[in-house]
Design a protein around this ligand. Structure first.
Ligand code: TXA
Ligand code: MG
Length: 308
């Protein structure tokens, strides 16, 4: 499918999957309520879990946000296009189907040439990750088609460069709060804004960040932190490490301290483990620091996949 064909489908009110630098998105025209509702039906997504609106230009923020705090200007200039989603107070005309009736809206400009060109043709697109609800997010076109069938329209754009979803930063509370960790760390965002930024630990119970309460990123296989002191049955098990320690696991992927690489591969490993009928994915615990790029995001997704 060409970008022009994808744009035409979207203009007609269809839903089309498209590439971003984080994961593939399932897009619909952000001003068409019928189109946006199709996303929820397709994914089996609970309708109290709001969508991110994807833009191609900073000037479009003013069509959705009722106010743009000075810190947001800095973040948008520095981080967009890129894997950072900003939550603003919304304008009244933003569709309830997108915001799930909240008075805030989440916006980002993806850093992918195909996505940017598509959005230039269509205007803003509401898009969650292009997986069935509860499944790992897709990081290549095959993942999307495994969830939605081989005939589902996917605009191809290679393998996602980041591999985990964007950092979500809520600018409507004081202090600002990270609702979902991603490539941009809290420390980086503090440096850019010059303010202290909190983490929304209790996100699951608050209406402010509904998506966090649902089981996410879950493969069929059980995901567990690896404990070197334990004796594991090594059949039907995938071991993922970053320090290359234990030997003797027939299926062992190690990332040699490269957490960005691990982030890029994690969801594909989850999906491949399911495809191969494995029953367990063991993952070596990650270092106790959030300063390394992707460590906080990896921990968060692995904890969720393990059911915690
Ligand atoms: O990297 C990404 O963010 C990918 C690509 C496609 O852009 N998208 C993505 O969308 O991960 P989704 O729908 O899977 O996750 C969106 C997250 C959810 O946790 C949702 O609850 C939160 O953003 N969110 C959306 N609107 C919000 C709002 N107004 N206030 C608070 N959280 C919001
Ligand atoms: Mg998702």
């Amino acid at each position: 499918m060409t970008i022009e064909q994808a744009a035409e489908l979207l203009r007609q009110g269809s839903v089309v999957a498209f590439p971003t630098e984080t994961v593939y998105g399932l897009g619909a025209d952000a001003w068409n309520p019928t189109a946006v509702k199709k996303i929820f039906a397709l994914k089996g997504r609970p309708d109290d879990n709001p969508l991110i609106v994807h833009l191609s230009d900073i000037s479009q923020v003013a069509d959705f946000a009722s106010e743009i705090p000075p810190a947001a200007e800095k973040l948008m200039k520095k981080c967009w296009p890129g894997p950072l989603t900003l939550v603003f107070n919304k304008k009244p005309e933003v569709l309830d189907a997108i915001t799930s009736g909240l008075n805030t809206v989440a916006l980002r400009i993806p850093d992918h040439p195909v996505a940017l060109e598509l959005i230039r043709l269509t205007g803003p697109l509401a898009a969650p990750s292009a997986n069935r609800s509860g499944r790992p997010s897709p990081t290549n076109p095959m993942h999307v088609q495994r969830d939605f069938g081989p005939d589902f329209p996917v605009l191809e754009g290679g393998k996602s460069a980041v591999g985990l979803e964007s950092t979500v930063l809520d600018l409507t509370r004081q202090p600002f709060a990270v609702l979902r960790p991603g490539k941009y760390t809290r420390e980086q965002l503090e440096r850019i804004t010059g303010t202290r930024i909190g983490v929304d630990q209790a996100a699951s119970d608050k209406p402010g960040s509904p998506g966090v309460k649902y089981t996410h990123y879950k493969p069929e296989a059980d995901v567990l932190w690896f404990d070197p002191a334990k004796n594991y049955d090594r059949e039907k098990v995938l071991l993922i490490t970053h320090t290359d320690r234990p030997a003797g696991f027939p299926r062992h992927v190690h990332f040699r301290g490269d957490f960005e690489h691990m982030a890029r591969e994690l969801y594909d490993l989850f999906r491949t483990a399911d495809f191969d009928g494995l029953s367990r994915i063991l993952i070596e615990p990650l270092p106790d620091t959030e300063s390394y790029s992707m460590v906080a995001a990896l921990k968060n997704r692995i904890e969720k996949a393990s059911g915690n």
